[in-house]
Design a binder for this molecule. Structure first.
Ligand code: SF4
Length: 485
């Protein structure tokens, strides 16, 4: 018996095939997948090392039974003002989970619903809206094979989105990489342009004057190196402007591709998991929120200014720094135990298919939220399967590579800020992913990480110490947070 499903790590969205023979499982890349054609990076290849139950796995609600846990949460919600409740969701959750989270927030009147995508891609959303009039990504991975030049800026694609980089290397395009230090991607590109911290906008603004940009079919690829900065919206908008001004858009091999970090970060954008009141950063940096429900993310590890709440509820499949801090922990199913849909960086809908039963008493996120909604007396949450939720969502899966280009482009002014020379930067590893709550379960990945000569480990307390005197600054258009200077 075999199951086709999708890798739960990054936004590339690689198809995988799981075959079962007796009690043995085998994982391979799905050769029929239009995304990866059978290729998988080392994280995808070692996924089976991360499934099942270890001593970190959450199997039961922390306060006894599901009935007791759900009633306690419902009572807490009833006794807290609605503007003091927040839901903090994640790009790890499937379309069905996010749809139900949003439906619940809207039905109950919770304005504070945000995704951890606040930390990485809201600046892209704002830039797309400014440049195109809507949050659109008018390119696909196929464009990689039609491009003459591939311009990678602020993205270590080779380590962070390896299968996209495999496509880049298989194409015949000339690869230019711009970054602040020599990454794996820089070493494997045809041309590496090292840029000073914060000076990348100068390079982007000058692109329309460059012969190699004007006269070639160019596909630009970027990720967090561009979007996690104080001028992120301007940088992305300027890059899109450069494409529009040189006609490098609306043609095969041309356009701008943002690589999303999480498997369903794009899906969250589509569903609109975006606050009507405080941003996710403000959940933590103000004291308005008293009751916070965190789903499938680990803000104690990742959120600037992480703080304590009167009541912290956490749904996750494994212990994290955040579950250790929680008043109520709910055991959620990981990717291998739940079915649903997600949407990758090129806006392709993909399916995840459970190939294991829920371990212990764990449940998929959408089901947990429905239980709380029903305990609060809300109607419209009587679903038995993820399929029923998907049907109600009634999603139009059609997609167009053509966009309406605005006649007047937003003018991007040069940046006049001074950057100090002691700016700290961070990086990602090929062999680990985000907060390591899943990759840390793989012996192979941990051994490879230890062997990496560039690896220096900083304990999270030290990490907090390292950044404690840093001022948080927001990109002025998207309010995406980053450190100042
Ligand atoms: S590139 Fe991303 S989606 Fe593909 S196998 Fe690697 S981690 Fe998974």
């Amino acid at each position: 018996m075999s199951y086709k499903t999708t890798c739960p790590y990054c936004g590339v969205g690689c198809g995988i095939e799981i075959s079962r023979s007796g009690s043995k499982l085998k994982l391979t890349g799905d050769k029929d997948s239009p995304v990866n054609q059978g290729m998988l990076c080392i994280k995808g290849q070692t996924l089976l090392e991360t499934i099942g139950t270890d001593d970190q796995r959450l199997l039961q609600p922390s306060i006894g039974t599901w009935g007791a846990a759900i009633q306690t949460i419902a009572d807490k919600f009833k006794s807290t003002k609605k503007d003091e409740i927040a839901l903090y969701v994640s790009g790890q959750m499937l379309m069905e989970d996010l749809y139900i989270a949003k439906k619940f927030a809207d039905s109950y009147g919770i304005k504070n619903l945000e995704s951890n995508s606040r930390l990485c891609m809201y600046s892209t959303v704002e830039a797309n809206k400014r440049a195109y009039g809507a949050d659109i990504v008018p390119v696909s991975y196929d464009d990689i094979y039609h491009a003459e030049t591939i311009f990678i800026i602020g993205s270590n694609t080779a380590d962070c989105h390896p299968i996209v980089f495999n496509h880049v290397k298989k194409s015949k395009a000339f690869v230019v990489c711009v970054d602040v230090y020599e990454t794996t991607t820089a070493r494997k590109s045809d041309l590496f342009i090292e840029v000073e911290q914060g000076r990348d906008l100068d390079i982007i603004n000058d692109l329309p004057n460059q012969e190699w940009f004007k006269n070639k079919k160019v596909l630009s690829i970027y990720s967090q190196g561009l979007t996690q900065s104080t001028d992120a919206t301007d940088k992305v908008n300027s890059l899109i402007n450069a494409h529009i001004l040189t006609g490098n858009i609306n043609k095969p091999g041309c356009g701008v591709l943002s690589l999303t970090g999480q498997c369903n970060a794009m899906g969250g954008r589509e569903i609109g998991t975006k606050t009507k009141d405080l941003t996710a950063t403000e959940f933590f940096s103000t004291d308005q929120i008293k009751t916070l429900w965190v789903m499938s993310t680990n803000p104690a590890h990742s959120m600037i200014n992480y703080r304590k709440f009167d009541t912290l509820i956490v749904s996750d499949f494994t212990q994290t720094l955040t579950t250790k801090d929680a008043d109520i922990v709910l055991p959620a199913c990981p990717w291998s135990e739940k079915s649903g849909h997600l949407k990758n960086s090129e806006r392709r809908y993909l399916q995840q298919l459970a190939f294991l039963p829920p371990a212990g008493n764990s449940k998929p996120d959408w089901k947990i939220i429905c239980l709380v909604a029903k305990a609060l007396g809300l109607s419209g949450f009587d679903f038995d399967t993820a399929d029923e939720v998907w049907k109600e969502m009634d999603i139009d899966e059609s997609w167009s590579s053509q966009i309406q280009v605005r006649e007047e482009l937003v003018t991007i002014d040069p940046i006049d800020r001074i950057y100090t020379s002691d700016v700290k930067n961070n990086a990602r590893l090929l062999t680990q992913w985000h907060g390591m709550s899943r990759t840390d379960k793989s012996q192979t990945l941990n051994n490879m990480t230890k062997l990496n000569p560039n690896m220096q480990s900083i304990h999270h307390i030290t990490n907090t110490e390292l950044f404690k005197d840093k001022e948080v600054e927001l990109d002025k258009y998207s309010k995406q947070p980053c450190f100042k200077g």
